[in-house]
Design a protein around this ligand. Sequence first.
Ligand code: ADP
Length: 606
Amino acid sequence: MSNNAPQRWLKVVTGAFQYSLPALKLVWQTDRRLLLWLGFCTLLAGLLPAGIAYTGKILVDAVVQAMNSGAAADQQQALRYVLLEGVLVMLQLAAQKGINACQALLRVQLGHQVNVIILEKALQMSLPQFEDAEFYDRLTRARREASTRPLSLINRLFSFFQNSLSLLTYCGLLLAFSPWAVAILALAALPAFIAETRFSGDAFRLFRWRAPEAREQNYLEMLIAREDYTKEVQLYQLGPVFLKRYQDIFQKVFGEDRALTKKRNFWGFVLGALSTLALYGAYFWTVMAALAKRLSLGEMTMYLAVFRQGQMAFASLLNSMGGMYEDNLYLSTLYEFLEQPVPVYGGSVHTGSQPGDGIRFEQVSFCYPGASKPALEDFSLHIQPGYKLALVGENGSGKTTLIKLLTRLYEPSSGRILLDGTELKDWDIEVLRRRVGVIFQDFVRYQMQVGENIGAGDAEAFHDQQRWERAGEKGMVTSFLDRLPEGYHTQLGRWFKEGQELSGGQWQRIALARAFMREQADIVILDEPTAAMDPEAEAQIFDRFREITRNQIAIVISHRFSTVRMADQIVVLEQGHILEQGSHDELLAQDGTYARLFQIQAQGYQ
Ligand code: ADP
């Protein structure tokens, strides 16, 4: 095996207890009464076996004495011991069942608790972190195993104490026979421990390596089995391709597992056989001692039982320790995730230094992590309150990036963005977020009710039907609402019972209504809000758009010039730079890129 074995064992022994305290704390917070009961039952279950073995000894000795003397009193004494042993065994059974019940009750609660902790943490993370593959792997790992591991660790920790107690009391009994007997008991269990520690580290390393594969498998499962992907997967006949890839990943992973399982069990057998040999040596010795009359029949019975059970207790003690080591390794992934730094939004400003100044971009540049070229470079712009701004530019020119910077999903690499004279990073993030209503192109289609889909625009009014109706009216949801069986209470999407599916344009109206839900926001940002709508709906919405957003800054990204032309100011972006800016008429007069693009689209409609 390995030449640095002592170090490895030391690592296992210390590693086995590393997260025991945090795990205990977690259980204590989850349900302290259950934890106390578990402790009590474990104590009983640890002490009783030695008591039972000792009662067995005095019982046999009493029977032998009664047989020799024939006295009625001796016979009664022997029968009383039978009764005593029966009571102890019954107690043992009760303690074991108590442990099982506590574990079962804890399992559900603890699993839930850990999941909540993970989700709460995920809520605090920032968008760039979610886009980082390594972060995502950590999250996957934490979610996959960590919810079952704390309980497993606790179970093993208690089993460790139970077996330690049993062993201590067994050793007390055995010492009367010979200290060597205690030594044999310990030696016989060691091989199992070696096998356990040798392989639990390997299993864990495999698990860690596999986070990316597991993620890919999850993704493929989603592609094949989710309703929003089925359409394309079926029509392009991609199913078999994806399934094949899914199976290939399994084969690779399984191959590694198989090798480890074989190795683990082979060594388990070899080392287990050594234990058994040692144990039967001890049996042999005990029987010889009894034959030589150095032990009474009762003592021999007790020692045999103690040897057998003691060896088992020792083996399961070491097993618990190996298992605890493994649990700790898995738990380390949970704590690694929980210890990830959370982005701190340090700002505390509630009103800007120049109220009414609007938004200013000052030489803002931004480069995505790992990207070689900036997505936005040296961008400067002033947007006054109430202004309507349209952003135009080909795909990848930096429009969405601009919005992400303005909403503080990202921080600029250089330059400043100011709102009412104060830099965004100095604003209290909650106040800032309340002032902005934004609908991205890939807005979320919540598999919830129509009203809730609109209400999502303002968490405080999530269930407020009057507000849904007001926003729904502005977003023109009302025009198709009467076709939905339960109006605002119609379930949307296909995931849940009686869900209705909407067309792309209808979903966009709901998204628009969601943006209008944010009544107290003075900045409304719409990323391609009407791309899927028919021209008539679009025209109707934008006829009223200026009126609806009268006091608000509106920033609209659009490829439709019918939408764009109503803006006070139009900014044409190209590769992260401002190419042209001005009103529709000014830009047409400039006869540049904007004018050219406008002509192309206008011709298309002629
Ligand atoms: P637009 O909205 O104008 O289509 P974007 O702002 O989305 O363009 O993208 C600008 C540039 O930044 C593109 O070159 C794109 O490849 C890159 N980009 C966009 N999002 C990311 C991201 N999350 N990570 C890395 N690069 C990105």
